[in-house]
Design a protein around this ligand. Structure first.
Ligand code: ATR
Length: 277
């Protein structure tokens, strides 16, 4: 029941109507019997939207594309890890009387570490990351934090080399991928996402060399990459795992409670299924 005591949470992005996060967080509130609601919002103007969140009493807000970098200038504080990654995906508003302080965090790297960490001990592991965008940056930073060795490969070499330099890790040109040995492969590109679900971000014959293959694409849930990897005997991690674990970290930060993982995963899967043709 929404009433005067309902705690407000949500996500800002553009577009935002496709986000699976409302289903995940609202299912968590229901499971724990909490009077909270999580809504998708598309601010016409970020500065005005942010002032609105502060003034209307929001407690926790997720931030997605294209606001993850731009939001930082409005915050009272940015967590050092998020500052290092250069992107914020989580806002926490803390109030004391009339005073409100908003801190930005990044839980994407926690989500990817926890997702991959279920299949592989990250400390000492070697991981090849495909892609050099914002997702690759958070995933790469997280892996290095956890003590893994990272390699970057990317279609646009200059962008891949720039990220590799920032992460202080090697860049692997496409024509040298066949020589690389690594424990895990993570696709952070959009290759394989519907409606181009037939596309593969790496040549299939290279897959058997990885013990674990993880995709951050979750539509379809089993991408061609994961299907081919499983057929080669690799352990696989789907894209909802990272989404779920980064959401669980947000939930705990906002509410101080342990996130109901199983319920959040179920909500993500059924919401995704309800959208498929
Ligand atoms: P995000 O912030 O979600 O990571 P992004 O910054 O747009 O998104 O990065 C997308 C990544 O997917 C990039 O590494 C991009 O490669 P380029 O740097 O060459 O653009 C990669 N990517 C997207 N479409 C691709 C495709 N068809 N083939 C190979 N790589 C692709």
């Amino acid at each position: 029941m929404i009433n005067g005591h309902t705690q407000l949470f949500g996500i800002i992005g553009n577009p935002v109507e496709h986000s699976l996060s409302p289903a995940m967080h609202n299912a968590a509130f229901a499971e724990l019997g909490m009077n909270g609601v999580y809504i998708p919002m598309r601010p016409a103007d970020l500065a005005e939207g942010f002032r609105g969140l502060r003034s209307l009493g929001f407690i926790g807000v997720s931030v997605t594309v294209p606001f993850k970098v731009a939001i930082m200038e409005f915050l009272d504080a940015v967590d050092p890890v998020a500052r290092n990654i250069g992107a914020v995906n989580t806002l926490l508003f803390e109030r004391d009387g009339d005073h409100c302080r908003c801190t930005g965090y990044n839980t994407d790297w926690l989500g990817s570490n926890q997702a991959l960490g279920e299949e592989l001990q990250l400390a000492g592991a070697t991981v090849l990351i495909l892609g050099a965008g914002g997702a690759a940056r958070a995933v790469g930073f997280g892996l290095i934090e956890a003590g893994a060795s990272v390699f970057i490969a990317n279609r646009t070499e200059a962008k891949g080399r720039a990220l590799a330099a920032q992460l202080r890790c090697p860049f692997v040109p496409t024509d040298q991928l066949a020589e690389l040995r690594a424990d895990a492969l993570i696709n952070t590109t959009s290759v394989g996402m519907a409606p181009h679900a037939d596309a593969l971000p790496i040549r299939a014959e290279l897959l058997p060399r990885f013990a674990v293959v993880m995709d951050i694409v979750y539509a379809p849930l089993t991408t061609r990459l994961l299907r081919e990897a499983a057929a080669c005997g690799c352990r696989t991690v789907d894209g909802l795992q990272m989404l779920q674990y980064q959401g669980a970290a947000q939930f705990s930060l906002w509410t101080g409670r342990e996130a109901p993982h199983r319920v959040m995963r179920q909500a993500l899967v059924s919401e995704l299924r309800s959208r498929l043709p």
